[in-house]
Design a protein. Sequence first.
Length: 461
Amino acid sequence: MSETTYDLVIIGAGPAGYVGAVRAAQLGLRVACVEKEPELGGTCLQVGCIPSKALLDSSERYHETLHGLKAHGIAVSGVELDLPAMMARKSKIVAKLSQEIPVLFKKHGIEHSYGTAGLVEPGVVRVDGEQQSTIRSRHILIATGSVPAGLPGIEWQERIGTSTEALAFPEVPRRLIVIGGGAIGLELGSVWRRLGAEVTVLEYLDHILPGSDAEIAQLALRAFKKQRIGFKLEARVQSAVVENDECIVRYNDTEELRGDRVLVAVGRRPLTDGLNLAAVGIDTDGRGFIPVDRQFQTKVPGIYAVGDVIGGALLAHKASQEAIACVEQIATGVGWVNYDTLPNVVYTAPEVAGVGQTEEQLVQNNVPFQKGQFVFRSNGRARILGQTEGVIKILAHQQTDRVLGVHIIGPRAGDLIAEASVAMEYGASSEDIARAWHAHPSLAETIKEAALDVDSRALHA
Ligand code: FAD
Ligand code: AMP
């Protein structure tokens, strides 16, 4: 059994863990990072953000080639889907990015330890890998992330699985049933719809994309229905089974839907299995997340947690930002995350993105606000791209004009939202955004126009 002493040991090498390790090393800490999987990068890189966006991009090109090129005066014939090649491209992107993390670790002198980590006592972590080892460290950072949540009444099997399976179906299912109308269900549902599957989404609530601005979620639902994705709202799924080579999903006591594959996308649960939290006296909350204070410290001094495992928005950039703030706090005494400007993106077509408060939240909190909006069909660049569906809206305080929320459905909403996030980080008013330069012709001009519309002076509406 070998033993080494560090300033910081990080458990998990997802976007929280590996980014936190790099930042801590930059600040001069001696860092070890333990990861139970052979490849680094966590959910985001291995089975999340990156492979899903790779498939979204490929499937969008396939769909565009089949249905969108004619309008550009391009005639194509004999278009064929080569699914194994599409999957291989996705895997190659993942592999390439995975290989870069050990290089970063080496560059920054971060010790990478392969194995499952468990807490022994404050300052001591045991690693069960090829050999068993003990790491001693002044600080411990838990960044073990999350895994797909299941549903009572559903057992995982070959044709009833999670996003991980839906990222690698061996063939296009004829009928795909998606349980859950959140980001993951809608993104992967879109992939398989574009590749030819008949897709039906079952959602428990009376709307999709919970947490999004209601008007934007409503427009998203309309857009997806136009793509002939089927929706059954207020559908409480109770079971899913395979009978006679068919998947049968039962919901609302009496109803059922039949399909060839089922994707269960009802959220994610924190991963604390094997961490041995009880050994150091850390309790999880009712949903299994690890409670932390504003410095990301658990109730045990010297043990911290960040990313999906502490809850909040389960997003990669949120996980990374928390890890950075946490290690900066450890190394310098100052570290801070501003959740008010955290953007959220759904990479469907059109994309859906938001930052700050929704219209409903402002109404509920009695905040007086002005709303400015602009539709993409009035934007030159959107017309050029042939992607005119969507709207951007800016919510600004009625008295101060400070921007409180920006919500977009439209082409490249996920990129456009960055301007809104930065503007809000600097406390911008809608007037500030309206007066700033926006190149022509660009999609970003929609933001300027929506900002002008807060004061009812949009120029192209
Ligand atoms: P994780 O990425 O889950 O990493 C935790 C790591 O800890 C894992 O590698 C795990 O193996 C390791 N680990 C766990 N326990 C132990 C242990 N005991 N010992 C050693 N190692 C351990 N987010 C976005 O922001 N944008 C997106 O577009 C997006 N798309 C997504 C698409 C899908 C299909 C999915 C599933 C998720 C998506 N997410 C997206 C969410 C994003 O992947 C997560 O929010 C992010 O990965 C969380 O980072 P993390 O570091 O906290 O945890
Ligand atoms: P998210 O948490 O954003 O990944 O979204 C998960 C979605 O699944 C939410 O919209 C939930 O309302 C939905 N959901 C959760 N449980 C069920 C269920 N039993 N049947 C149908 N939808 C569900």
